[in-house]
Design a protein around this ligand. Structure first.
Ligand code: THU
Length: 136
């Protein structure tokens, strides 16, 4: 599975977005280290704080099915076809980081420019469980 293929799956996952409030459709495709793919979309709620982003939907699907070895997460939104990347929000960055500082973030457009970075590079001076478990 290459980055272009994973991004295309994220683009296709946008069709299931439930986003009547923002009208901003987001799709995600999570690739496990053994090659399995979980998709996600954003799911909004009239009480807006109950909204779940596409990235977290994909992560929660994978984790809840016993898959916590994550290689990469691709993200697509309504901006993709304008050839503009969409990066994860702050909450999603922290949740992604929880499962590995080297998880690859793939964004852009499958028919255009494709970008890759590691989640640790999206959270400078990141905080993880190791930072407080060491304090006894
Ligand atoms: N959203 C995502 O699903 N992922 C992102 O990376 C950015 C934001 C969703 C949340 C909300 O449903 C809509 O996009 C507008 O913020």
């Amino acid at each position: 599975m290459n980055n272009k293929q994973l991004l295309k799956i994220a683009e296709d996952a946008r069709q299931y977005s439930y986003s009547p409030y923002s009208n901003f459709k987001v799709g995600a495709a999570l690739l496990t280290k053994d090659g399995k793919v979980y998709t996600g979309c954003n799911v909004e709620c009239a009480s807006l704080g109950g909204t779940n982003c596409a990235e977290r939907t994909a992560i929660f699907k994978a984790i809840s099915e016993g898959d916590n070895q994550i290689d990469a997460i691709a993200i697509a939104s309504d901006n993709s076809e304008k050839n503009e990347p969409t990066y994860p929000c702050g909450i999603c960055r922290q949740v992604i980081l929880e499962f590995g500082i080297n998880i690859r973030i793939i964004t852009g457009y499958s028919e255009g420019d494709i970008y890759e970075c590691e989640i640790k590079d999206l959270i400078p001076h990141y905080f993880t469980g190791n930072d407080f478990r060491e304090i006894k």
